[in-house]
Design a protein around this ligand. Structure first.
Ligand SMILES: *[C@@H]1O[C@H](CO)[C@@H](O)[C@H](O)[C@H]1NC(C)=O
Ligand SMILES: *[C@@H]1O[C@H](CO)[C@@H](O)[C@H](O)[C@H]1NC(C)=O
Ligand SMILES: *[C@@H]1O[C@H](CO)[C@@H](O)[C@H](O)[C@H]1NC(C)=O
Ligand SMILES: *[C@@H]1O[C@H](CO)[C@@H](O)[C@H](O)[C@H]1NC(C)=O
Ligand SMILES: *[C@@H]1O[C@H](CO)[C@@H](O)[C@H](O)[C@H]1NC(C)=O
Ligand SMILES: *[C@@H]1O[C@H](CO)[C@@H](O)[C@H](O)[C@H]1NC(C)=O
Ligand SMILES: *[C@@H]1O[C@H](CO)[C@@H](O)[C@H](O)[C@H]1NC(C)=O
Ligand SMILES: *[C@@H]1O[C@H](CO)[C@@H](O)[C@H](O)[C@H]1NC(C)=O
Length: 590
């Protein structure tokens, strides 16, 4: 009797503490500091001018990457153009300095590239590098081990045969062929998307930032007008295209490593400083989200990324660096399969036994598009999932050890099957063309899929809740973020979960009696008493603080003790009050 009274008191106290904390702190998790919604046009004009007056060099660095002018009026005017219409960026590219370079001698002593890539920010995951000369840049594509000479003079420099250059490209380039459409996401960020004349696949243009629809880059068309582009990006080493260079984007690199390609693309448009800023913003947010989870998650989720290759007729269970880092950065564990490339759907099914979230990259035609078709294909069925779940729960009550069943893995029980086609157009995925450029968005999606309560309000951008029959849609111009001109730093939080997705807690709290729970708690080493003492201490402290404080620090240790009793799935701890924006509280000032 006494014990039960204690328990009721305890639960009551925890309830009070959480009711207070979850309101204040959950909000904080989603709103960035002083989030201002400023109309882009007004913002660009007003702030750029203001900043140009006080700190012209900084403005140039942040916005007017292609310009060397530090004249405040020029800087303000140019950034205004860049912020309001991305299509005008091409004209911003032809500036006084680069056009006078046209008449310069290749070996001029004047430096025509004053805005260089910041080498201190180019980390070792970058698969490219550049060496600057006064009128040309020597670009090394490390992924493909190729060199390209990018020159701003009228004619290509005669560099002799001292080194091998695959090709010579006149820069700044103002028209592109996106043969590898993964370059589109980067071109968007650089404000170059309306300068894309050709694409490797027209249905892959899922971005709403492009208003002039590019034409199909039909290599087998003898009449393909190659004068319409100054530079073509190929997925690998280009053959027979003097204006072609390769990329080296791929799963062998980490998500942030791939995002660094924006700096490579910027070498061709003289937008190095803008690219440095873009990458800083993306990596800052990515790391903020990662640090908000990593080492805080008490019950990690197992994630499987899978794909089915219709040509080899084999499944692929992703183990690449990209998926490893993405998964661990989302606070989860990437499943290591016992069979790497199953050929048989039933073998693939077996590999999903311990998977809490499956992310399927298979082309929808392989399984007739629907989740039902997908389940059918692999050999899952809703009936079997529910009957197995029931049997498992019974067995679990006896054995006290839950073993995942191949017929009802956690993802199947909890409907956690996802696909990356939330935004897609006729089978072409926006994730394909933008995912590599925006790992920060993908990471947020992965967090949201695992922990729906992490964000108070956020719309996923890539991941579709496949098992819940969410529909794909086309991109919306309003929410897409064609550029990062109004970027606001994400808030840093400390997020933890208190429940495993194995039915441990469900079985304990739903199927066992209250007395049994308390018994277990007490038996487990006076956990509840410790807990009670902590709660009372905190309650008193909170009371003393007058309740006027915005945040209450809850420590992880305390939380895991609560974990066994309280079902509130979230606890967020404010680590740092987010500092003002980079330029002092007004975002980046565009
Ligand atoms: C890139 O090249 C520069 C010299 O042009 C060098 O200082 C820098 O260390 C190189 N960076 C990497 C990541 O290799
Ligand atoms: C590409 O060009 C070839 C040769 O002109 C033509 O036969 C083919 O239909 C074109 N493909 C597309 C998709 O336009
Ligand atoms: C990627 O993950 C590996 C471990 O798999 C880790 O050592 C490395 O630091 C991570 N890289 C980045 C850029 O986070
Ligand atoms: C799932 O986990 C259990 C327990 O750790 C293990 O015995 C089993 O081999 C795992 N299944 C797969 C497919 O890896
Ligand atoms: C995660 O997978 C491992 C095997 O890889 C398994 O032992 C463990 O039980 C799984 N976790 C959950 C919560 O299913
Ligand atoms: C897809 O539908 C076709 C025709 O209805 C059927 O023959 C095929 O077996 C289905 N495939 C899967 C994977 O369910
Ligand atoms: C373009 O991509 C879509 C979707 O990925 C595909 O169905 C189509 O066959 C592709 N077209 C060409 C010409 O490769
Ligand atoms: C078009 O997008 C699909 C994925 O949606 C991808 O598999 C394909 O390679 C892309 N095509 C080109 C030419 O980039």
């Amino acid at each position: 009797m006494k014990v039960e009274f204690l328990y009721v008191l305890l639960v009551g106290l925890i309830g009070i503490v959480f009711a207070q904390d979850s309101t204040g702190e959950a909000t904080q998790a989603v709103t960035t500091e002083g989030a201002q919604t400023i109309d882009a046009t007004v913002d660009a004009t007003v702030t750029a001018t203001a900043i140009a007056a006080t700190d012209a060099v900084e403005t140039t660095t942040a916005d007017v990457d292609t310009t060397t002018a530090v004249d405040p009026t020029t800087a303000a005017a140019t950034s205004n153009v860049a912020a309001t219409t991305s299509s005008s960026s091409a004209s911003a590219t032809s500036t006084t300095d680069t056009s006078s370079c046209l008449d310069a001698d290749s070996f001029s002593t004047h430096d025509y590239f004053p805005s260089k890539l910041d080498f201190s920010k180019l980390d070792s995951t970058a698969q490219f590098n550049v060496t600057y000369s006064n009128t040309y840049k020597l670009v090394h594509n490390i992924a493909l081990d190729e060199y390209y000479v990018l020159y701003c003079t009228k004619a290509a420099p005669s560099l002799g045969s001292t080194f091998q250059s695959k090709t010579y490209i006149q820069i700044p380039v103002s028209s592109f062929a996106a043969v590898d459409t993964r370059v589109l996401g980067f071109l968007d960020l650089l404000g170059q998307s309306n300068n894309v004349a050709f694409v490797g696949n027209t249905s892959n243009v899922t971005t709403p930032c492009i208003t002039n629809k590019p034409a199909y880059f039909n290599v087998s068309d003898p009449n393909l007008d190659r004068t319409k582009y100054g530079l073509a990006f190929y997925p690998t080493s280009p053959s027979n295209d003097p204006n072609g260079v390769g990329l080296g984007i791929g799963y062998a690199n980490t998500p942030l490593g791939n995002a660094q390609w924006v700096k490579y693309i910027a070498l061709f448009t003289n937008q190095e400083t803008l690219a440095d800023t873009i990458y800083d913003d993306i990596s800052t947010d990515y790391n903020t989200y990662r640090n908000s989870l990593v080492n805080h998650i008490s019950y990690k989720r197992n994630i499987t990324f899978m794909d089915y290759d219709t040509s080899s007729t084999k499944f692929n269970i992703m183990q690449d660096q990209y998926f490893q880092n993405l998964t661990s950065d989302a606070g989860a564990t990437l499943i290591v399969p016992t069979v790497l490339q199953p050929a048989d759907p039933s073998v693939m099914k077996g590999q999903l036994q311990n998977t809490s979230l499956v992310i399927d990259l298979t082309s929808a035609s392989a399984f007739n598009s629907t989740y039902g078709g997908w389940q059918n294909w692999l050999g899952f069925s809703d009936d079997k999932i529910s009957s197995t779940t029931a049997t498992q729960a019974e067995a679990f009550k006896q054995t006290r050890k839950y073993v995942n069943s191949v017929d009802a893995p956690p993802f199947a029980r909890n409907k956690q099957a996802w696909r990356l086609d939330l935004v897609s157009d006729d089978g072409s995925l926006d994730w394909w063309t933008r995912g590599m450029a925006r790992p920060d968005l993908l990471l947020q999606d992965l967090i949201q899929a695992q922990f729906p309560d992490y964000f108070k309000t956020r719309n996923r951008v890539f991941l579709r809740a496949f098992a819940n029959d969410e529909s794909s849609r086309t991109a919306s111009q309003d929410s897409y973020q064609c550029n990062l001109n109004n970027w606001e730093k994400a808030a840093s939080v400390s997020y933890s979960n208190t429940a495993s997705d194995t039915p441990t807690l469900e079985a304990l709290s739903n199927k066992l009696s209250l007395g049994a729970i308390v018994g277990i708690s007490i038996g487990g080493g006076l956990v509840a008493l410790t807990c009670l003492a902590t709660v009372i201490a905190m309650f008193i402290r909170k009371f003393k603080d007058g309740g006027g404080k915005r945040f209450t620090r809850l420590h992880d240790e305390t939380m895991s003790e609560f974990g066994a009793l309280d079902r509130d799935p979230m606890i967020i701890e404010e680590i740092t009050a987010p500092p003002g924006g980079r330029l002092g509280g007004s975002g980046r000032g565009h």
